[in-house]
Design a binder for this molecule. Sequence first.
Ligand SMILES: Cc1cc2nc3c(=O)[nH]c(=O)nc-3n(C[C@H](O)[C@H](O)[C@H](O)COP(=O)(O)OP(=O)(O)OC[C@H]3O[C@@H](n4cnc5c(N)ncnc54)[C@H](O)[C@@H]3O)c2cc1C
Length: 379
Amino acid sequence: MERFDVLVVGAGPAGSATAIHLARGGARVLLADKARFPRDKPCGGGVTGRAVRHAPCDVEPVVEHVVDRFVLRARYGRPVARTSREPLILMTQRRRLDLHLAEQAAAAGAEFRGGVRVEGLDVDEDGVSAVVGSSPVRSSFLIGADGANGIIARAAGLGDGILRGVALEGNVPWEVLDPERYHETAWVELGVVPGGYGWVFPKGDHANLGVGGWLGEGPRLRDHLDLLAGAHGLAPGALTDVRGHRLPMRRLGSPAASGRVLLVGDAAGLVDPLSGDGIYEAFVSARLAAEAVLSGQPETYGAALSASLDRHASASWKAKRAADRYPQACLWAMRAPAVFDVVAGLLRGDLAHPSDARLLAQPSMRALSRLARIAPPVR
Ligand SMILES: Cc1cc2nc3c(=O)[nH]c(=O)nc-3n(C[C@H](O)[C@H](O)[C@H](O)COP(=O)(O)OP(=O)(O)OC[C@H]3O[C@@H](n4cnc5c(N)ncnc54)[C@H](O)[C@@H]3O)c2cc1C
């Protein structure tokens, strides 16, 4: 039987980032993914400025566009455009980003195996036994980085307290779009999907269009996506590579670790409820989980995770309620430079929470906070 200090299951951003930190800290790490790399993952591929700050390595080699402009609309009405002084989101493709991160994990000293499913988990007080591909493996710690549909959360008795959304996306070549409108720009369509929004993101040789919302919207997502495509002048059927995936969103305080099993990224339900992005949370949880394991105190991980993410997530839940219920009013608020500055500051990572902006006394921010307070709670 092969022995490792840590078995990391899943080589998405969360798993590879954890493996990088652990290997740099001197741990003997096996990073295993059932997919052969490079592999794709349904994702807008937007790495926010705040995610870049927590990336375990330079992501520049896989960046295809730098977004500094937002165009927002509510219910496909009149657009509002805002430009930030500094970059907001780096656009990549997940097949490129994830391969890059897995290669960095291997370069840091982790053993990376693609095309091997991890099964047969048996967790005891001293560690974990598992079958990786066809090889039996024993490790002192297990990192569950197996994403939204993973098995480890359930196997470890975790995973309660996670609400689920769902998103559907597709691609269209640049030639059929007006480049002036879409280059270096993120289009965000509010009020078009209950519990979410639509987007158009620029990529190297194509644009990515997507819609996300509550899990119950699943059967209607294809219609929502076709409406989005039509609103951007695309013929039905213009989109290729259409695929969907779940968005797991954790209720504050839900456990993310049990004994020697620690969950990171989507496996822990860390997708941001408002924006639907999860790469930032994947990177943050990866670092915290690695620190807890390297210090031999896995029990500190849950509190560290809450201390880092709950304040932001709490603001996101409130803003999500407001955006879902009052999209037009939120768009109106976004016209105010103060509000856009706060949103841009949060995306760039200059602000950890809206209240850090010292702009809450502005009428537009007061109106937005009031909307968040009176919007009905999430089901
Ligand atoms: C349509 C859509 C658009 C999105 N857009 C954005 C965006 O623009 N920006 C952003 O920040 N976030 C976005 N997100 C969220 C983001 O994609 C996730 O938060 C992110 O992928 C989480 O990374 P992860 O490493 O936790 O999981 P994943 O990236 O899902 O990786 C999990 C890995 O585990 C592997 N695995 C699963 N089970 C096993 C097993 N038993 N054995 C071995 N391997 C296994 C899988 O093959 C997979 O490679 C989007 C999500 C969706 C659905």
